[in-house]
Design a protein around this ligand. Structure first.
Ligand SMILES: O=C1CCCN[C@@H]1CCCn1cnc2cc(F)c(Cl)cc2c1=O
Ligand SMILES: [Mg+2]
Length: 489
């Protein structure tokens, strides 16, 4: 069975689920909230991992691996840090048929696993900076509706945990990493994001401040936290005793950061670019960037069949030599039309047709997956043109998504304008006093029968001009900055 029955502008959730399953990215699994990442989606995680890993290694970050398990005592090192999260911690309580005398937690994140050892390893300023990262899975037994890639009880991520001697070094890294996250989304996944700082209510309680890249799904008006980079200050180093002797022979607590990007990024890419025919993959992360489909004409003699096979082999060789990740679909048990649907469903950025007319004319017909545009090219121009066309597709996919994202942000200065923007499933960028009371107020006043009110996504790093005397659109107090909000559903 090929193709989708749901429409992206119809039942979005059903459309999304069909796309990720029919394109063979995901299989549902018999433990609820868990999914199988099949090769087609794992290849995208590989691309993201290869790029990001090379970047952080260039910054001097090293990879390591810490255990999956956390003892109850260690997890509870900072009771109030954990208490809000306690319901989502998964525990091992027995092995075989013998109960463990103390339950052991499965890591939901690794601060409490790593930091007691950071305290052992860091003694002197010479041991700093210590910058470790791990590519792992984590488990959070969430009860909200699970969605492939977006919210699952086990997911893959990288978690970076770094220690510095000074606040300045730590803060610089927070923003360096945040920009790498922006680049993962904008340059690899062609997904626009907004860089910002979380409000005090939305930030991670253990952090001094939290920075984030926020994505947006116009179809359902939902903002999505796409990655996060925290400055932890000295909160955790004081909690875990990560102290060092400074050059002036004084004792000081390390300044720490932690930062994470998860497989949610794949889901955001699917939601942003997919259409009613299925996936649309950005060429940078597409395992198959182009598929060549030779179309034999059974009426012609075997010399035509041989010529087609030879030409296909020539084109394959030339494009692979040009660095194009190409597949040739030579299956003789499917029609060309069937193959077109098959590769469109899988979002392959470029189809190259080689039919009888093309053979006569010495050309190949190129069809773009993102726009459907077709163009024919002489064989000897393919090796130069196809890589450029793939780059053009990447840039235009980003450009279209960026302008749609920007069109979904409405500047507001009054409560009514704020509610109107949210009701249009847009984000609202408004001047506010940046106080928790204002956020509580927004959440309560905006909660109407169907939506659960609004929440703030972030305080964008890139702030509009705040005219003196501008008032908070919620409390009427003097505004401090602009905050980006969206409907919570
Ligand atoms: O977001 C990141 C980036 C990567 C490293 N970690 C931080 C903070 C994670 C917050 N957080 C998030 N979720 C959690 C869930 C839990 F069950 C427990 Cl016990 C703790 C947490 C928790 O601390
Ligand atoms: Mg959570």
């Amino acid at each position: 069975k090929l193709g989708l029955t749901a429409k992206k502008d119809g039942d979005f959730g059903e459309w999304y689920s069909q796309v990720v399953v029919e394109s063979e990215m995901i299989s549902y699994y018999d433990v609820s909230g868990c999914y199988i990442l099949r090769p087609y989606s794992f290849a995208i995680w590989d691309e993201i991992k290869n790029w990001f890993d090379a970047q952080i290694k260039e910054m001097g970050v090293q990879n390591a691996y810490f255990p999956l398990f956390i003892t109850e005592d260690v997890l509870m090192t900072e009771k109030d840090h954990v208490e809000g999260f306690a319901p989502e911690v998964a525990w091992v309580t027995r092995s075989g048929n013998s109960e463990l005398d103390r339950p052991i937690a499965i890591r939901p994140t690794s601060e409490t696993v790593m930091y007691p050892y950071y305290a052992q390893w860091i003694r002197s300023h010479r041991d700093l900076p210590l910058r470790l990262n791990q590519w792992t899975n984590v488990v959070r037994w969430e009860f909200k509706h699970p969605t492939p890639f977006i919210r699952s009880r086990e997911f893959l991520w990288q978690e970076g945990h770094t220690c510095f001697a000074t606040q300045k070094e730590a803060e610089t890294e927070v923003y360096d990493i945040l920009d790498l996250y922006r680049r993962v989304y904008e340059e690899l996944l062609a997904v626009p994001v907004c860089k910002g700082t979380k409000s005090s209510k939305e930030k991670f309680a253990g952090a001094l401040f939290t920075t984030t890249v926020e994505a947006f799904v116009p179809q359902n008006g939902r903002g999505i936290q796409a990655a996060t980079s925290h400055c932890l200050g000295q909160n955790f180093s004081k909690m875990f005793g990560i102290e060092f002797e400074t050059e002036a022979r004084e004792r000081a607590h390390a300044w720490q950061n932690s930062w994470g990007l998860t497989t949610r990024s794949i889901g955001v890419m699917v939601m942003t670019h997919g259409d009613d025919k299925g996936l649309v993959l950005p060429p940078r992360v597409a395992q198959v960037q182009a598929v060549l489909i030779p179309i034999p004409n059974s009426k012609l003699g075997e010399e035509a069949v041989a010529a087609l096979a030879e030409r296909a082999a020539d084109i394959e060789k030339a494009l692979k030599a040009a660095g194009v990740r190409l597949t040739v679909d030579r299956r003789d048990n499917y029609t060309p039309g069937w193959k077109y649907n098959y590769w469109e469903l899988r979002g392959v950025p470029l189809r190259i047709e080689l039919g009888p007319k093309d053979m006569d004319a010495g050309v190949a017909m190129l069809a773009r997956r993102d726009t459907g545009a077709k163009q024919s090219l002489p064989w000897d121009q393919l090796a130069a043109a196809v890589p450029k066309l793939l780059e053009q597709i990447q840039a235009e996919m980003y450009g279209r998504a960026r302008s749609e994202f920007d069109a979904c942000i409405e500047r507001v200065s009054t409560w009514d304008e704020f509610m109107a923007a949210l009701d249009r499933k847009h984000m609202a960028l408004g001047p506010w006093c940046d106080e928790e009371a204002a956020e509580e107020d927004v959440k309560k006043r905006s909660a109407c029968k169907d939506a659960m009110g609004a929440k703030s996504l972030c305080i964008p790093l890139d702030q509009p001009e705040l005219a003196p005397g501008t008032l908070c659109f919620v409390t009427g107090k003097p505004a401090k900055n602009f905050c980006l909000d969206k409907h919570k559903r």
